[in-house]
Ligand binder design. Structure first.
Ligand SMILES: Cc1ncc(COP(=O)(O)O)c(C=O)c1O
Length: 450
């Protein structure tokens, strides 16, 4: 029996815009074909309310992907909307050449959200995660006087030329000059890599590769190391315990700074801590964030220590929309709501419940090779055969199609496109999780039948 969505008290507005066919026509006529859509018959989403989305017919879907890990506290959260309306009617834009309270207040709030004693107190706002990573790399280079950067294979850090150079998934790389000075270390992937979940020294063994890479491929001095604590686009790959501690020591020994890309893992999503890096007992020198920071507003941010940000002031540096008062109002309201909702606690509790449900699907469906992640940043890797781990890429697409047909939208990732990515708005409820697991159960069974 097809699972039914939990009841929800919201009536979507009647849709009066162009038809889905017309929108598809306009898109193919005037949008670059690189701008892709999910699903054989793409869904058109015209309204959102908390963890739910509505298509043009008023059909409701559970959003298991949150606008790609971005809608942190729920679609059109009333408090966020109210603040943005207020700001929109007062002032929309001036740039940072004039004082405005919003950018100053939001910087203070982000700094306050950093671990006590970290020294991370100096922000620079951008409009996206890619821009934040670009800027972090430049700050690292200017501060250290070095040029080499270590990133991880299977990483995704964005699509700008610098961020694409950091990214190490061939599907996201174009044949253009990129990644000058970037070296990609062995990915500490305990499912597919040489050191598995059963190896208690996996963290140290993978970290040894970074020391070796510094010795063999750099002048011995590096500018930075950058990593996510759970790879998002790469398919919810969790770094092994001890790995970051060893790597951070190696990078500091080589004169570099450590950058934590918290674009997906930040703001309570991993449940145990507010920031993903805290799960590893390390303190980065630079943290980059975006996506969930603004519940859908185009905000990116770099936070670092004063002395690392300082060299940027030696010449002129500017960002027209970074720190825009409307974006900042949305960021401030989002962070306040995160605190009110205690998203970190929710992610831990609801995410734990969901992960247990996903793990029980592993016992039932041979397609499920691995269930991983923390909090509400979860992944389910599908394989054709558990012993060979041959990726079940086509089946992953099929599962997504079946989920969509049953009212659940989720994402996929990983080098082979065989990891289901589940990263819903953090207002998700246990009833939603039960629905999600029921749908996945049915979708996996249908996909296995072919
Ligand atoms: C970990 C990570 N870093 C950076 C980015 C780039 O962010 P944006 O798409 O806002 O440029 C992404 C986007 O998916 C990401 O997942």
């Amino acid at each position: 029996m097809t699972p039914t969505l939990p009841p929800f008290d919201h009536q979507p507005a009647p849709y009066t815009g162009p038809s889905k066919a017309d929108v598809r026509g306009m898109r193919s006529a005037h949008l670059a074909s690189a701008i892709l859509t999910y699903y054989r018959d793409p869904v058109m989403i015209v309204e959102g309310k908390m963890q739910y989305l509505y298509d043009e017919t008023g059909r409701r879907y559970l959003d298991g992907f949150a606008g790609i890990v971005t809608v942190s506290v729920g679609h059109c959260h009333p408090k966020v909307i109210e603040r943005v309306h207020e700001q929109n009617s007062l002032l929309q834009h001036t740039t940072t050449i004039y004082l405005h309270p919003n950018i100053a207040r939001f910087a203070e709030m982000i700094a306050d959200a950093m671990p006590a004693g970290s020294g991370l107190d100096t922000c620079y706002f951008t409009n996206s995660g890619s821009e934040a990573n670009d800027l972090a790399c430049m700050m690292a280079k200017l501060h250290t006087g070095a040029n080499d950067i270590i990133a991880l294979r299977n990483a995704y850090h964005g699509m700008s030329p610098t961020a694409m150079g950091l990214t190490a998934l061939h599907t996201w790389k174009f044949p253009v000059l990129q990644g000058v000075g970037v070296h990609h270390a062995l990915n500490p992937d305990r499912f597919r890599g040489p050191y598995g979940y059963d190896d208690p020294d996996a963290g140290a063994k993978y970290a040894a590769d970074v020391r070796d890479l510094i010795r063999s491929s750099t002048p011995g001095k590096v500018a930075a190391f950058i990593a996510e604590s759970i790879q998002g686009v790469g398919g919810a790959v969790e770094l092994p315990p001890g790995y970051l501690k060893d790597v951070y020591a190696a990078v500091h020994d080589a004169g570099g700074v450590c950058i934590a890309d918290e674009v997906q893992t930040g703001f309570g999503r991993t449940g145990e801590h507010f920031w993903g890096f805290e799960n590893h007992g390390v303190t980065p020198d630079i943290v980059t964030m975006a996506k969930g920071i603004g519940n859908g507003a185009p905000i990116g941010c770099v936070i670092t220590r004063k002395e690392i940000a300082e060299p940027l002031a030696q010449r002129l540096h500017f960002n027209t929309f970074g720190g825009n008062p409307v974006s900042m109002a949305q960021g401030i309201a989002t962070l306040e709501v995160m605190r009110e909702m205690d998203v970190q606690k929710r992610s831990k509790e609801i995410g734990g419940f969901l992960k247990a449900g996903l793990e029980s699907l592993k016992n039932k469906h041979d397609l499920v090779g691995d269930v991983r992640g923390m909090g509400l940043m979860l992944g389910v890797e599908l394989v054709k055969d558990r012993s060979t781990k041959e990726p079940a890429s086509a089946e992953t697409s099929d599962v997504m199609e079946h989920c969509k047909d049953m009212g659940l939208l989720i994402g996929k990732g990983g080098l082979y496109g065989n990891v289901l990515r589940i990263k819903p708005p953090m207002c998700l409820t246990k009833d939603d999780c039960t629905f999600m697991c029921g749908v996945l159960d049915e979708a996996l069974a249908r996909a296995a039948k072919g």
